[in-house]
Structure formats: structure tokens, C-alpha cells
Design a protein around this ligand. Sequence first.
Ligand code: G6P
Length: 611
Amino acid sequence: MCGIVAYIGERQALPILINGLKRLEYRGYDSAGVSIWNKKTKVYKRKGKVADLEAFIGNDDLTGNIGIGHTRWATHGEPNDVNAHPHMSMNGKFTIIHNGIIENYSRLRDKLTSFGVTFKSETDTEVLANLIEYIYEKGAVDAELAVRLALSKVIGAYGLVIICSDEPDKLIAARKGSPLVIGVGNEEYFLASDATPIVEYTKSVIYLNDGDVAVITKDQLTLKTDHNKSQTPIIQELNIDIGEIDKGGYEHFMLKEIFEQPRSINDTFRGRVKTENDKIHLGGLYEVMPKLIEAKRILIIACGTSWHAGLVGEYLFEDLARIPVEVEYASEFRYRNPIINKDDVVIAISQSGETADTLAAIQLAKEKGALVLGICNVVGSSIPRETHAGVYTHAGPEIGVASTKAFTCQVTVLAMMAITIGRSKELISDSSYQNLIKEFNLIPEKIEEILQNSLIIKEAAELYKDSTNSLYLGRGYLFPVALEGALKLKEISYIHAEGYPAAEMKHGPIALIDEKMPVVVVATKDSSYEKIVSNVQEVKARNGKIIAVVTKGDTVIRKMADHVFEIPETNPVFSALLSVIPLQLFSYYIAVMRGCNVDQPRNLAKSVTVE
Ligand code: G6P
């Protein structure tokens, strides 16, 4: 949710922090702040973007080799200068940046207030800063002990970094529920909530585990568990290139990521889908495959766009592997008392691998004895570490808040899994298998073809950019695509959009249709084509404006629709991979034409690490 960055070493900290915050801004962007130690702790923080913070700092002297920085997505207290991080304790001894939520902050705040502590902000983080200081001043032998004791009184989640003015040669970091990565340099360390601000300085990283507390000087890192047991840090090599986290000449990350899809799907295939005669190799599932093949039911848990990919997965597993599937919002699943049998397999899907609700749902499924698999994009994130086995999507870093390439790569992995299971269960004949793989391998170049025709989509966007509502319809595999298309439009352009199964339109949304209502119909050639043609006629009869995604060469819907976006023909099981592309572009162009901040839409964050 929020972004954390910190530095200790010989270099000037400020440029590293500012650069890091810009890279992390996609995690939260309502306010930002830094704190630098140089004989005393200086704090600069500001409502708004990192650029506003930079302007606020101006030419002030913020030299120093130790510093912490934060970009915020507000949970407690409105976004303003005072509530921005870093937060300093009342007597100035502790300065802290924090990602997560301290759930019992109100009780702690009341208690501290009764001891005479005063607060400037409404945040839970300032309560934590003061709790640490209070314990320290009551006689804890050092800052580390004060932090440990304070954290033992806290209920909630945190990834945090602290500077103590009495021990200014070190940073203290702790993690529970909110990710923290330490970059290991040469007599210097970098800390961040994900690897993007670190990768340009070092590729050697340590992912903190839940409960870890790290004490870091410029030449030493001490890592202990919350029970004060020493840990040997495990250094891993980052597999990200700096070019992957730049815009690469595109105006926005989202556009770059849309155009990257042929490559990202190829990367997801690579080494896994070879020739038509070979098997699909999913190394991460090798050991659990027998259980997956025998599964009586698959439960898919996810949030947001990943949940839409899960819905496509439902159709894929049922069609190709004949396994019943339930797709659950992680946030609903975890608060029910879900029935999970021993032959069920749970699949958690997440781009970031850090979504709090998905993580909590995984814990619940594990407690109930299920085999839990993950489909994740961010290597080393929490979900791959919490699941029994899984598959990485290899989409590469996704920075635009609206998910695009992660979705198509998730669907690619789900298709690979469904085909593998179907094949193992002998539900897919040799010739069907070869046809499927042949078609699967053609998907990247077919996406390329759609991208080359983006001008038509841009022209249509110009006509609909001032709409206030829109309806997205699809059936079968294309129903989740309708949901995803509607989500893309509303999240980046703020136009109200609803996705519906096309036939359900008659049970309510049809009442909304008039000549001002754009209706986006995803209607490529598959078994429900004739039915959706009737739905298009129903819209036409009520003068709705029809924008249709159709298979190349379609003449029937073309006659009825106001605009058509053609996509190449494919096997219906892969149709979601192609038909979503025009919808991503349509939303993108509309949002740009409306002057919206495409990469950082209001109120949203890329990685939702609070419940
Ligand atoms: C946020 C993002 C969405 C994403 C969802 C789930 O809402 O803005 O783009 O689909 O979280 O995130 P995950 O990382 O678990 O896929």
C-alpha cells in the first residue's frame, strides 16, 4: 500500500530516497516525506506527490548518509502534511515510517495520553513512535529493545523503519504482514517495501520474514526473530532489469504494459510450453500435480483483476479438466466459515503477492488442511512464500495501478494448468492437445496484430470520452472479460461502468439503456455467439450505442454495431487473452483524453496490504 525506502551508507541519502519514492509512488500517492539524520533528525513531509515534496525541500540543506522516506496511501487520518510520514515521537527520539495498520492504536493512544504523551497527527504510526519512546524513556537498555517491547504490545500489521537520535549510526527495521526488502551493497544497505527502488544499486537482496527485526549499520546487518533468536540472513539475487521499471519511451506505464503483453506472455510460456508434441512443464507444480489431478474441487481466491482472471480459470478448469471450481473474493472467503474438504485444492492468484485479504484467506485455507497453490507475479513476495507450491507469471514488474499484463499472464498460467490436468486425465486427445498448443503459441503474435490496430480504438475513445455510464456485456469466457473491461474503465477514467453476463441484462440493466448509453459487447465467435447476437439486437432496439469486440471477418454484429474492434480468430478457450486487449486500450485512451492520471488513479493503490 504505502511505499517505504531507507538508506544507510556513505552516499548522500536524499537523492536515493527521492528516486526510490518516485519508483514506489504506484503503491500510494497521497502524501510523501523523508527524514535525514545529520547531527539531528530533520523531517520534511508534504501532502501530494513526491514532486510536491521535492519542491517543498527546494534547496534546503538535507545532506546526510542515513535517511528514511515514505509515500502514503491514507488509512488513519486524511491525507495532509501532518498525517504524512515520517512521524517523530513527542521528544524527538524516534522517527518512523510505517506501512500497515496498528489495529489497537486507539487504546494505546488513550493510554499514552493518560501518561502525558501528546500527539500531532491522527495516525496509528505516531502512536507507535510514542509507544517506543515511552518504553525507551522508562529504561529499555537500547533502542532495539524498546522497539521489540513496543511491537509486542501492538496488534496489526507493519513494515517499518526507525531512526533513533541516540543511536544515529543505525536503522531498525521490522516486518509483520507488510513486506520489506533489504538491498545489500558494499558498506551500505537499502531498504524498501519492494525491490523497485533497490535494483539500480544492487541485485543482492534479503526478504524479511514475518516477525523479523533487523538492526542495520552501514557495515553490519543483524537479523533476529521477534523472539530475539539470531537469524542468518539469506541473500538472493534479484532477477529484474532496471529497464523493466522505466517507461521505455511510452507516455505511461499502463500503455507500456499493454504493449508488453506479447513479450510477457512469451516469458510466461518460456521453457514451459515447447512444441505441440511435448508436455507443458510447470516445475513449481511438479510435486503437487498428482493431488491437483485428483482434486474434487478447486477453490480460487483473489481480489480485483486477479479475481477476474480466476473467473476465466473457472471456465478453463471446468471445460478442459472437468473439475468443479468456485471463485471467491478473498475478503469474503476469509470471513465466512468456508467448507474445505481434503480433496479440494485452493489456488490464490495475485500480481503483487502481498494483498492482505488474499494472504489471510491462504492462512485460513492452510489451517483447514487444504493444499494451497499460488499464481503470483512478484518473485519473493509473501504469497509464494506462504503457499505450498505455485507458478510465477513472469509478466515483469507491473507499475501502472490498473493491472493489464498481469491479467493476461495469470490467464496464461491458468490455461497451462487446465490443459496439463486435462491431458493427464486423458480428457484431451493427442490431436486436440496439439491444436491447443499450436493455437496457444500463436497468442502473442495475435495480440501484436490487435495492438497494431490501436488507432481505431483511439478514434472510438474520442467519441465516448464524455460518457458518464457504460455497460459491458459478455457470455462464457467473455463474461469475465466484460467485468475486467468495466473495471479498467472505471478505475482509470472515473466513468461508471458495469460488467454483466449478456443474458442477465434483461433482468435489470436494460432499463438503463437509451441513446446516451454506450454498451460494450464482447462477442467473438464461440458457442454463445448466436445468443449474444440476440442480446446486441435487444440493445439496438433501445437505441443504445454498441461498441463490439468481434472476430475478424464478422459481418453480423458489424451491421448492428456503431463501432467494432476486430480480433483474430482463436480457440474459444483463449478468447479472453485476445478480447481483453481492445478493452484495455479503450479505457486507456478515454482516461488520457479526460486528463486523468492513468498510472496513479485517485484513491487506488497497486498493492493493497491493508484489509
Ligand atoms: C489492487 C490493484 C488491482 C489488483 C488488486 C489485487 O486493487 O489496484 O490492480 O487487481 O489490488 O491485487 P493483487 O496484487 O493481489 O493481484
